[in-house]
Design a protein around this ligand. Structure first.
Ligand code: C5P
Length: 397
């Protein structure tokens, strides 16, 4: 979003108050936003609110041409990298679908050659009206992006479809749309499975064996792969959130994780095992909470090594494993590369407090069977994930 020039069109529905927040989120992410409103929109929130927050005058009247240098609605349309209509009312959607430009907003949108992203928000019956549905289909066929409204509590006091989605959801969808528009989706058509988090091996209904993994690295990898266009499934034992375009499979134990990976393995292109899989699980799981005793012995049995098994089965699948070590990092990483038939092993030192498990940052060295090792110095896990995905792209192209 950095330096993205956004023409932000606000049309008249109760959701206008929510679009103030959306505009702020865009600005926070580095976008420059110029706003135009319909007169109906100004009934809900004053133009001054948008002016103060965007630091630009708000356009409302097509004929108040204060600067003789420019015709304002054409100038705004030409200036912007993207037009966002939020909220988009049934009325403005209808005008746009039918080529009507009878106010500043609709005239500017008629003159727009940049991508158009609409966030419809209206009463459920207005949304479902055949005319609105037809108009939305028309706009989509002209390559405008029309977001699906949310379902929930409407201003009318009942629940239904038509709500303006939360800003975070809109931004997520907008990011994907922008990447797709720019054609930066080298993983389009590729199926990627990422595992994340520390598995939990139940001892009894209230106790389990696990480890310190937060799942941050795996979730960041799933996100980075999705941003590059992949169809991503995230099999996770973590409670961290996921964007809705990523298919999330929630698991507890290593066995559950194994079953899901195994099921999808044949049809996938890339498997990234970022999960910290527990090496052992209790041989027996107690049905009831165990009572206190002075000494307890829990017999453990080895869990399946998911990566190793997939390594033995692989045909064309590209396998990425992790090596979380506290010593002899290189030697252990190279051993894993070979023993697990992996294509990449991402090794990190989990013995240091400022990196690895449970932190936002990491420093890793990536070992492969064809290239020299690559070290990515201490940085955010999001950035590490992007680097790993770039290597995956290079190697799978
Ligand atoms: O053998 P080790 O646990 O150190 O290997 C780490 C790599 O193997 C990680 O990618 C991890 O997700 C994967 N692994 C696995 N199944 C296990 C243990 C580890 O897939 N049971």
């Amino acid at each position: 979003m950095k330096n993205l020039k956004v023409a932000f069109y606000v049309t008249g529905g109760i959701a206008v108050y929510k679009s103030v927040n959306l505009m702020r989120e865009l600005i926070k992410r580095g976008a420059e936003v110029k706003v135009a409103m319909t007169t109906s929109a100004t009934e809900f929130v004053t133009p001054l609110t948008f002016q103060v927050l965007s630091k630009h005058a708000v356009h409302i009247d097509t004929f108040s041409e204060e600067d003789p240098q420019y015709v304002q609605h054409i100038h705004l349309a030409d200036w912007a990298d993207i037009a966002i209509v939020a909220p988009a009312t049934a009325n403005t959607i209808a005008k746009l679908a039918n080529g009507i430009g009878d106010n500043f907003v609709t005239s500017a949108l008629m003159a727009t050659t940049s991508p158009i992203f609409l966030v419809p928000a209206m009463n459920e019956h207005m949304l479902e009206h055949p005319a609105t549905q037809q108009n939305i289909r028309t706009l989509k066929s002209r390559k405008a992006y029309v977001m699906e409204p949310d379902t929930g509590f409407l201003a009318e006091g009942y629940s239904g479809k038509g709500r303006f989605p939360e800003s975070e959801m809109i931004i997520e969808e907008l990011e994907g749309y922008l990447l797709a528009y720019k054609g930066e989706r080298p993983l389009k058509g590729k199926k990627i499975v990422v595992t994340a988090g520390g598995t939990k091996e139940r001892i009894d209904p209230v106790r389990f064996i696990s480890n310190d993994s937060s799942g941050k690295m795996g979730h960041a990898l799933a996100d980075a792969a999705w941003k590059k266009g992949a169809e991503v499934t995230l099999i996770t034992a973590s409670t961290l959130p996921t964007r809705k375009q990523i298919k999330r499979v929630q698991v507890d134990s290593a066995k559950e994780m194994y079953n899901h990976v195994n099921e999808s393995f044949e049809t996938l292109d890339v498997l990234i095992m970022a999960a910290a899989v527990s090496d052992y699980a209790p041989l027996n799981q107690e049905e009831h909470k165990m009572k206190k005793k002075n000494n307890v012995t829990i017999e453990l049995q080895k869990n399946p090594d998911i990566l190793k098994e997939m390594g033995q089965k692989k045909v064309n699948q590209f396998l990425v494993g992790f090596a979380a070590e506290t010593e002899n990092i290189e030697a252990y990483a190279l051993k894993k590369l070979k023993e697990k038939h992996a294509d990449l092993i991402v090794a990190n030192d989990v013995g240091k407090k400022d990196r690895g498990f449970n932190t936002n940052d990491n420093e890793v060295t990536i070992y492969s069977n064809v290239d020299q090792p690559v070290t990515i110095s201490l940085t955010k896990k999001d950035e590490i994930a992007e680097n790993i995905i770039d290597i995956v792209i290079d190697r799978t192209e």
